[in-house]
Design a protein around this ligand. Sequence first.
Ligand code: MCN
Ligand code: CUN
Length: 785
Amino acid sequence: MTTTGERPVGFGRMTRKEDARFVRGHGTYVDDVRLPGMLYGAVLRSPLAHARIVSVDTSAAEAHPKVRAVITGETLAGLGLAWMPTLSYDTQAVLATDKVRFQGQEVAFVVAEDRYAARDALELIDVEYDPLPPVVDARRALDPGAPVIRDDKEGRTDNHVFDWEAGDRAATDEVFARADVVVGQDMLYPRVHPAPLETCGTVADMDAVTGKLTVWSTTQAPHAHRTLYAMVAGLPEHKIRVISPDIGGGFGNKVGIYPGYVCAVVGSIVTGKPVKWVEDRSENLMSTSFARDYHMPGEMAASRDGRILGVRVKVLADHGAFNSTAQPTKYPAGFFHIFTGSYDIEAAHCEVTGVYTNKAPGGVAYACSFRVTEAVYLVERMVDVLAAELGTDPAELRMRNLLRPEQFPYRNKTGWEYDSGDYPRALRLAMDLAHYEELRREQAERRERGELMGIGVSFFTEAVGAGPRKHMDILGLGMADGAELRVHPTGKAVLRISVQTQGQGHETTFAQIVAEELGIPPEDIDVVHGDTDQTPFGLGTYGSRSTPVSGAAAALVARKVRERARLVASAMLEVSPDDLEWEKGRWFVTGDPDQGRTMAEIALAAHSTLELPEGVEGHLDASCVYNPPNLTFPFGAYICVADVDAGTGQVKVRRFVAVDDCGTRINPMIVEGQVHGGLADGLGMALMQVIAFDEDGNCLGGSFMDYLLPTAVECPSWELGETVTPSPHHPIGAKGVGESATVGSPAAVVNAVVDALRPLGVRHVDMPLTPAAVWRAARGQPFRS
Ligand code: MCN
Ligand code: CUN
């Protein structure tokens, strides 16, 4: 199949419909929205990580000729809006009133006639701070006498956020007690940031006459945002319209509601004009949701002959100053308890303790389904540590412990039910593509010459498609998705969905799903998304849930239309519906294939004077809501080959083989694009990305000079392979794939680098594996950024 030639009517490679506007520069992003009389907002941010606010003097800023309003925490407090709920049942300051709790926190909001005046006026605001000692190291957060960050909360005497556990402690302890071999390794998954190309922003327009608020926003979840605005501001939901126009990357950064959004809304209410607020790069990196920051002392128990028996860990989770993590309510540590990974393990137990620190809030699932990245990293590093201890080849050790195809559906020791998989086949394919044995031979030769070459293997199981309503909600909202499908008289269709693309290509792939079901060419199917006035309710795009949940809704609504078409066709052909058979695009009479009607003919008839059978009201339009019975569990096997320069600590990833299984592939080209992006992301986290802080809580990752992103220069030419194991419970057998590669790749890269350094006695190095970190590790000096 080609990428440009024939277009499939259904699944297959086809170039993206949305690219017609993107490659011509005709996308419409939030910052492209311009309304008559629009004003511009800017946020004043705290220079300190922890300080009491003594006073805020805005008089000079208010006197600026171009300033229309200055909003402070006090202004908001008067409206009952100084604090807002987070997605994790915590509260977060919109604008600080009592204290600032992280560097970059929002303190005041200026609305002015242009962007420059708004920025200039920030400098005229005089805030007097009384500095407090900050809590920067999560490991010190629960020390007796540690400064209490959230003294806004009644009766708070420490920085504890939550304790949570999963698995069976007693069974796990028993397994560890009788195991021949127990290995332990303390590791940190450092704080990183999703850093999408487009930063966050909003244009808020409150129409004083109609009372309707329109919010254009960089949001991955427009419907959820609308409901939150309604709840927080007490506005009726039908008077709020949230539009998520083109989005320049989300990666989890655009799930939550940020103070700037609320300030823009208040700014519009106060001034009676539309207000635009778009943050700059540093604001995005310093104040919007970070990810990871998990301290993980892992332990693994095994038999002498290499059977993994148990795994346990007691995680310390740094949640920053406000717990604004976005994940299903029941799971404060997200899906971390999938940390038994892809292995048949007898017992497992994890505990997670969340703490407040004087850092930006968040804990978002950056390109992973709610902490699966941390879980996969932990178990995949532990397997390598165990392999080193046992003197076994890490690929072989994995092969020996992977779940076998006949074990599916498989219930793991912490309660997940993996839907389908053939893990050994995926690993075998990755090893064949990499020429694994040859690589090991080459490595042995190079080691003879003193060269540091490493081969890193990782295997991952993702859990995507949140989620079944009985288990999963966010702020009480169940995670089901709606879909609506209209078929016009001429047979062209409009699909309305609740999820929306940030670059994943939904306008193409969702059209392909309907095309597959109805035989209407994808170019004749318009996909409408990202506008709450025009789409059915649903929880949005994150956790790679669009395909597993909304994709299923799209297939099912198309099947409803198909059944309606059958009734209409039966009236047209004057036969019983039971005597009709479907082939893609038409219903025909059983045994007489020439007697049939195409979808276009049926659509026209459905709108005509044709007398329709009992029970058909006319038209073919349908709607549905899909509540997934389970998550989908994509998986994959990755192999990374890296060379380390002993003199400089420089890591060069020479090759990277990735075998992914996401079930049925709707558009293999888009799937490969998703995998490429995720691999680059994972390589970036493994080698260079970290949001670090100094001991005063100053953010050291506040620009792209310090927060490094991988480019084509650092990335090898990715070598992809695939297996296809459909999900048994998904209507088209598809599993999500948008985050698989980010989940699976960091462990492969770190395993490769540690493998390279093994002759020097190195057992583990924490990410990011910067030249400095690797250089020190090679010299036996522990290094933690
Ligand atoms: N797809 C497919 N066949 C499958 C699975 C998926 O053809 N078996 C296609 C889908 O139709 C969709 C794309 O691959 O066009 C991704 O689908 P899915 O895995 O369902 O993920 P989502 O659409 O829900 O996207 C979210 C996911 C997340 S959570 C992050 S983070 C991430 C990712 O997507 N952010 C991205 N990939 C991104 N890619 C871009 N360009 N920009 C982002 O912000
Ligand atoms: Cu997990 S980041 Mo994505 O869910 O938007």
